[in-house]
Each structure stands twice: as C-alpha cells, then as structure tokens.
Design a protein around this ligand. Structure first.
Ligand code: GLV
Ligand code: MN
Ligand code: MN
Ligand code: MN
Length: 400
C-alpha cells in the first residue's frame, strides 16, 4: 500500500510519495560521509553503486537502459511513434562533499516516479520519453561542472581537455572513468555528442536551492533563465620558512596573499552594486600546511555568478524555451498550484541541454533554501507537486 496524492485535475495521475521518499533515503546511503551528510563523487565506488541502483529502478519501470562513454545514463520508454524526437527529463546524483540528499536526486528519482505514474494511469506515449542521469554535474573531482551535459551538448574543447584532465590525486579522468566501467579503449568521447534534434523538449525538476518559494508560500518555480558560473584557479608562491625564525619584514607569505585576494573578491562583488552578482572562494589550500611553517604556496578557487554576461564571462547563461515555460504555467494553473517565474542562480545540466534542445526547469521549495549542506530538505507534498507538473508537461509535449 502506498500513500498517494490524487488530485490531478484531468486524470487519475497519482504520485507514490512514500516509495519516492524511500528511494531518496536509500540513495543517500551511498555516501562517503556519515548521514545526514551525503558525499558522492564521480566514479568512486559509492557513485558506481548509486548508478547501479538507478539503472535497476529504470529496469523495474520497464525502461531500456543505455550508457554512453562517460556514464551519462539514459532510460527510454518507447513511444508509439518512436522516430519522433523524444521528450527528455533528468538531473544528476553526484553530491559535493558533506551535502544533502535532494540536490539533483529529486530530478532523477522524481522522473522515474513520473514515468511510473504515467504507466499506472494507462498512458501510452506517442513520442518516446527518456530519463537522463547526467555524469558529474558537480565539479568536485575534476574541476569541471556539468561534465556529462557539456559533452552531450557537443563540446569539442571538453573532449580534448578530458584527455589530459587529472584529479587532486593525479589520477587521470580516463583511468577513473575506466575503473568505473566507462571510456573503454574503443570509445571516442565525441561519441557522447547528441545529434541536434534528438529531443523535442528537455525538462529538469530540481529543488530551488534558495529561499524564495518557501518564503513566499509558492509551490512551483518556473525557471526563465539560468545564470552560469565563471571560475578561476590561482596559485601563489612565496619563500616559506620557519614560523618563529623569519621576521615579519622578511616574509613573503603565500597564505596571506591568498587571504587578501579572497577579501578583494568580496569587496569587488559588493561594490558591483548588483544583487545578482555573487563571488565565493570555496577552496583555499596552504602548503605545507603546518602550524610552524610560513605558507610557501597557496591555491584558491574563485566562483562567480551573474545573469549579466558583461559583468562576468565564461559559459554563457541560458534562457528557457518560451513554449515550455508557458506550458508549465498552464499546468500549474490546471493543478491549482501557486507558481512564479524566476531565474536559477545555481547552474544545472539544463544550462547545456539548452544548447541542443528547447529547455525548461521546474523548481520546488526547499527548507530555508538550504542546499549544498546536510540540512537540505524538501517535503513530500512539494516533491509530489513537482513530479505531477512534470507528468502533465510530458503529456502536453507529446502533442507538439
Ligand atoms: C551547482 O551545484 C552549482 O554550483 O550551481
Ligand atoms: Mn549541487
Ligand atoms: Mn543540482
Ligand atoms: Mn547544481
């Protein structure tokens, strides 16, 4: 028996929130740090186990499962006109160190439940429906965010870069991928590229990761644009030396240089006067990292975000497709769900899917806007609303 929510206006669609929550909880156990935190890094044992868990669920749902050379996973439900471009949805399951269990996961497990509920309702899709689990949305291991979707979108630059990319332990991307069962010898990474026109629409369901929806009591955020990050790595080198013996005027402290730069980033961002501009130094490492040694090297990584490309640089922001946002508005009304248009300050695989498909994103509220920390939480009702909205959108894109 499952507790289901049955108020879909035009049909008997029901979301099995209990199973969905159990799956979210079970997936969270594939973690390298203790609960309630989740740490699931690309191509680690826990990532491989979590992927197996998802592929198994896809199989139980009757989807045909395929993986590409970097481990993007596709679960397909064939439509009765299988040659039409498919409707796709999905997100990621990798989790940054000490984060929570909803980021990305809601968009993958929620997609499987959306398909299950469509199947339970007797729906038969005209276009094929595809769920995509994207490889490494988070940049944790190799410093490349949205690795899988970036490659799907056809990045030649990334194909080249991946040949020489290594992680913090100097393990190469290709070796790590091979150890996880991907990037086999005969594989060419450009085989991952999607043909343009593969999908008629791509929709991602995600927790908001900000406080607006919860504060305003709104169930659904319809994303109109996704801000894109720019990041930069900086190294300082100094002379190092003995923390007691070297006098202050004679020092050349690489740690203090890093600290000054971090403060300068904050000052610069604040002085931009734009509330949409943010800057973060989330990595700051000192070498040799001993209390009685002046840092001789420092390494920091700066992340900046903006929706205005002029104020920033790197990956361009993406706009949602108007027909998709309009369809989401219509579905929210149909389902009687309060909704609002908003931008995404976090980036998502949708940023890159927008390059190869009309794209849209559905946000649901999350507790206090918490994300990228263990306290991340979204309620059953909010998750169910998101899944239902996705269901009804899937059905409407079927018709176009
Ligand atoms: C993705 O997790 C981001 O940093 O926006
Ligand atoms: Mn994230
Ligand atoms: Mn995410
Ligand atoms: Mn993200």
């Amino acid at each position: 028996p499952h507790s289901s929510i049955q108020n879909f206006a035009s049909s008997s669609l029901s979301v099995d929130t209990e199973s969905l929550q159990n799956q979210i909880d079970e997936l969270a156990t594939f973690s390298d740090t203790p609960a309630p935190s989740v740490t699931r890094i690309l191509y680690t044992d826990k990532d491989v186990l979590a992927r197996r868990y998802i592929k198994n669920l896809m199989g139980i749902s009757g989807l045909s499962v395929r993986e590409d050379a970097v481990g993007n996973i596709f679960g397909r439900w064939d439509g009765y006109e299988p040659n039409l471009p498919a409707v796709a949805t999905g997100s990621h399951i990798d989790a940054i160190p000490y984060s929570g269990k909803y980021d990305g996961v809601v968009g993958v497990l929620g997609a499987i439940e959306a398909i299950n509920s469509l199947k339970r309702s007797g729906f038969k899709p005209r276009r094929s429906l595809e769920i995509i689990l994207f490889t490494s949305e988070e940049p944790t291991r190799f410093g490349i965010g949205c690795l899988g979707s970036r490659l799907l979108a056809g990045s030649e630059v990334l194909v080249k870069a991946l040949q020489i990319t290594v992680d913090g332990q100097n393990k190469s991307f290709l070796d790590a991928a091979r150890a996880a069962g991907y990037a086999k010898d005969q594989d060419d990474l450009s085989s991952v590229f999607l043909r343009k026109g593969s999908y008629s629409a791509f929709v991602e369901l995600h927790i908001e990761q900000g406080p607006i929806l919860e504060e305003e009591g709104i169930s659904i955020g319809i994303v109109t644009a996704i801000a894109a990050p720019a990041s930069i790595k900086v190294e300082f080198e100094g002379n190092g030396g003995h923390a007691g013996a070297v006098l202050m005027p004679n020092r050349n402290d690489a740690g203090l240089a890093a600290a000054e730069l971090a403060l300068a980033v904050e000052k610069h961002v604040l002085e931009s006067g734009s509330i949409d501009t943010v800057g973060t130094v989330g990595i700051l490492e000192l070498h040799p990292g001993a209390i009685n040694s002046i840092p001789s090297k420092s390494h920091l990584e700066i992340d900046t975000r903006d929706i205005d490309e002029q104020r920033r640089n790197n990956d361009p922001p993406a706009l949602s497709d108007k027909s998709i946002t309009e369809a989401m508005e219509a579905a929210s009304k149909e389902l009687n769900l309060p909704h609002k248009l908003m931008i995404s300050r976090a980036y998502h695989d949708s940023l890159f899917m927008a390059r190869v498909s009309p794209m849209g994103m559905i946000f649901i509220p999350c507790y206090k806007g918490y994300s990228h920390k263990p306290e991340e939480y979204a309620s059953h009702q909010d998750i169910a609303n998101g899944v239902k909205l996705k269901d009804s959108r899937i059905r409407s894109f079927e018709d176009c």
